[in-house]
Design a protein around this ligand. Structure first.
Ligand SMILES: [Zn+2]
Length: 84
């Protein structure tokens, strides 16, 4: 038994890792692996781009949607000013 999971192990458990359903020792092992392994880290980035997970991550903030859209309008106005 090794301390760190192999790339194969990491990649088969990445979905659960991204969803946070893995037991803590597993999560730590995978987290450390991802820190050193760019291949598996790339896999995780791909996973997070999937619709289900992305939807959760990109869900609009519940607090102060009006303020958010006002801030967005302000940014757009400034950008237009810079362009002209
Ligand atoms: Zn790996």
């Amino acid at each position: 038994m090794t301390l760190l999971p192999s790339c194969r192990e990491v990649q088969t458990q990445l979905t659960e890792y991204a969803e946070g359903t893995l037991p803590l020792p597993r999560r730590i092992g995978i987290w450390i692996h991802l820190f050193f392994c760019h291949v598996c880290a790339g896999f995780l980035r791909g996973l997070r781009a999937l619709p289900g997970l992305a939807k959760r991550a990109l869900a609009p903030p519940e607090a102060a949607p009006e303020e958010a859209s006002r801030a967005l309008a302000e940014i757009q106005t400034r950008l237009k000013r810079q362009q002209s």
